[in-house]
Design a binder for this molecule. Structure first.
Ligand code: 5GP
Length: 189
C-alpha cells in the first residue's frame, strides 16, 4: 500500500453512504484552494438545502441517459435506486489546468476509475463500526426508511471492498480524519 500519493492528480474518496465523505471533502476544500471537487450528475431529487450545480446537477432519467450515451460521463453507477455520474469535460479541463481533482463517489464508480486511470489514488473512508454508520445515516435525517435500508445493505458490500484501495482511513473524528488525509495526499497542513 503506497504511503502517499504525491504524484497523483486525480484522487478518489470513496466509502459507504453516511460515513462522512461529504463533510471531509468540504473541510479539505475550505482549507486547500488548489483542490477542485467534481460536481456529479444525479437522478436523485434534491434534498432540502441542496442547490443544482453546486451539490449536484439534478437531472431527469432521460437527461442522464442522454449525457451517458453521448459519452459525457467519466463513470457512472446506480446507487439506492438512482443514477450518479461524473461529468467528463470539467474533470479533463481541470486536469489540463494542472489542478488536483477530487472525486467523491461510491464503490462501482471508484472501481471504474481505478481501472481506467491506474495513476489515480483512492482513499477509502470507513466508519468505526456498522452500528455507528447506521446511527449517522439515521441521524442526518435525509433519507426515508427504504433508502436507509438500501444504503446499509450496500454499505456491507462496500466495506468488504475496502482493501482494493490505496489507503483506508477510519472516520472516527473529522479533524483527525482530515489531518490523516492531508498527510496521505501530501497537502500542506
Ligand atoms: P447521496 O445520495 O447520499 O448524495 O449519494 C449516494 C452515493 O453516491 C454516495 O456514496 C456518493 O459518494 C455517491 N456518488 C455521488 N456522486 C457520484 C458519482 O458521480 N458517481 C458515482 N459512482 N457515485 C457518486
Amino acid at each position: 500500500m503506497p504511503e502517499s500519493n504525491s504524484s497523483a492528480k486525480l484522487t478518489v474518496i470513496t466509502g459507504p453512504s453516511g460515513v462522512g465523505k461529504g463533510s471531509l471533502v468540504k473541510e479539505l476544500l475550505q482549507i486547500h484552494q488548489d483542490l477542485w471537487l467534481s460536481v456529479s450528475a444525479t437522478t436523485r431529487p434534491p434534498r432540502d438545502g441542496e442547490i443544482d450545480g453546486r451539490d449536484y446537477f439534478f437531472l431527469s432519467s432521460k437527461e442522464f441517459s442522454r449525457i451517458e450515451t453521448s459519452g459525457g460521463l467519466l463513470e457512472w453507477a446506480e446507487f439506492a435506486g438512482n443514477k450518479y455520474g461524473t461529468p467528463l469535460k470539467p474533470v479533463k479541463e481541470k486536469l489540463q489546468e494542472g489542478k488536483q481533482v477530487l472525486l467523491e463517489i461510491e464503490l462501482e464508480g471508484a472501481r471504474k476509475i481505478k481501472k481506467n486511470f491506474p495513476e489515480s489514488f483512492h482513499i477509502f473512508l470507513a466508519p468505526p463500526s456498522m452500528e455507528e454508520l447506521e446511527k449517522r445515516i439515521r441521524g442526518r435525517g435525509t433519507d426515508n426508511e427504504d433508502s436507509i435500508i438500501r444504503r446499509l445493505k450496500r454499505a456491507k458490500e462496500e466495506l468488504d471492498a475496502q482493501y482494493e484501495f490505496d489507503a483506508i482511513v477510519i472516520n472516527q473524528e473529522l479533524i483527525r480524519t482530515r489531518q490523516e488525509v492531508e498527510q496521505i495526499m501530501n497537502l500542506e497542513q
